[in-house]
Design a protein around this ligand. Structure first.
Ligand SMILES: [Zn+2]
Length: 80
């Protein structure tokens, strides 16, 4: 008699973009599509380095946006 393992029949796997490891695509896979937090952080770090390299001016823009938001009237006009 053959037994069928129904739990593994429909498992979707992907390759970790960082290291190429097989990652099970499940809700339990917290770091998908990465295999681990480490790979996710490495990938994010790569992006961060990239954006820093491209635009040093973006840091100034971010604070300008914050200033603009702070200068905005806070929601509806306040009654007395
Ligand atoms: Zn990985």
């Amino acid at each position: 008699m053959k037994k069928t393992a129904s739990t593994t029949a429909e498992t979707t796997t992907v390759a970790c973009p960082q290291c190429g490891s097989t990652v099970v695509w499940a809700s339990a896979s917290r770091w998908k599509p990465f295999c681990s937090e480490r790979c996710k952080l490495l990938d994010l770090g790569a992006w961060a380095n990239e954006s820093y390299r491209v635009a040093g001016a973006e840091v100034a823009d971010a604070s300008e946006i914050e200033n603009a938001l702070a200068a905005l009237p806070s929601g509806a006009p306040r009654p007395h």
